[in-house]
Design a protein around this ligand. Structure first.
Ligand code: ZN
Ligand code: ZN
Length: 206
C-alpha cells in the first residue's frame, strides 16, 4: 500500500495539527491532477499548480484556505482564439480529525459514531470536506485541487470581455479591425438604387 506521504499532493500537517489554534503558511507547487476539463477548456495533467494560503487548526480539524493558481488552456467561444493564462481560484476546505473522532466513538460505545456523523453534517454545510490520511499526519490535496478547478472553469470562456468575435460572412476576426464590413454587391439592390434615383429625379421635376 502506498504511504500517504508519497503522494505528490501530500501536505504534512503534523506540526499544525499538534494543537488547536495554530496556523501554517502554505506556498507549494503541485502537478495538476488528471480530469480537469477537456480539450476545449481545462488544465493539462501535470502542469504546475500553485497553492498559497494557510492551514489552521481548530479543535476538530484543519481548515485550509488559500488560492490555487492554474494555467488554464481554453478557446474563446466568440473568436476561437486559444486562451492561455493563469486563473486564480479561491478555496476554503475542512479536514476533520476523523481518526480521533472514531477512537472517541469506540470508547463511548456504538452510538458514538452516529453522533459524530450528525455533528459533522450539521456544522459544515457550506464547506467542502476532505479526509486526512489515516494517521492524521497528511492532508492530500489532489481531490480538492481537481474539484475546485473543475467547478471554477467558465462555461463560455472569452479571450476578453468585449471580444468582437468573427465576421458572420467571412470569418474575419473582428478584433483585428472593428470597422470590417462587406459592401453589398447583390444585384437586386442595384435595381432598387436605380429606382430610388429615378424617383428622386421625378420629385425634383414636380
Ligand atoms: Zn475572442
Ligand atoms: Zn467579413
Amino acid at each position: 500500500m502506498p504511504r500517504p506521504e508519497d503522494s505528490p499532493w501530500a501536505i504534512s500537517v503534523m506540526q499544525v495539527a499538534s494543537r488547536p489554534g495554530q496556523s501554517e503558511v502554505i506556498d507549494s507547487k503541485f502537478p495538476a491532477p488528471s480530469g480537469i476539463g477537456d480539450n476545449i477548456i481545462g488544465v493539462d495533467e501535470g502542469d504546475e499548480l500553485t497553492l498559497k494560503g494557510s492551514m489552521s487548526s481548530i479543535v476538530d480539524g484543519l481548515i485550509l484556505s488559500g488560492t490555487i493558481t492554474a494555467p488554464v488552456h481554453a478557446e474563446c467561444t466568440r473568436c476561437l482564439k486559444p486562451i492561455s493564462r493563469d486563473w486564480d481560484v479561491n478555496v476554503t476546505v475542512f479536514f476533520p480529525y476523523e481518526s480521533k473522532a472514531d477512537s472517541a466513538g469506540t470508547k463511548n460505545g456504538k452510538t458514538g459514531k452516529d453522533e459524530d456523523a450528525d455533528i459533522v453534517a450539521g456544522e459544515e454545510e457550506s464547506e467542502d470536506m476532505y479526509p486526512l490520511s489515516a494517521d492524521g499526519n497528511f492532508a492530500d490535496v489532489e481531490a480538492l485541487l481537481r474539484d475546485a478547478l473543475v467547478e471554477a472553469l467558465p462555461l463560455q470562456p472569452l479571450c476578453r470581455e468585449d471580444c468582437l468575435g468573427l465576421c458572420s460572412q467571412c470569418g474575419f476576426d473582428m478584433n483585428d479591425d472593428p470597422d470590417h464590413h462587406h459592401d453589398v454587391t447583390d444585384g437586386r439592390f442595384d435595381v432598387l438604387a436605380q429606382l430610388k434615383a429615378q424617383l428622386e429625379q421625378e420629385q425634383h421635376k414636380a
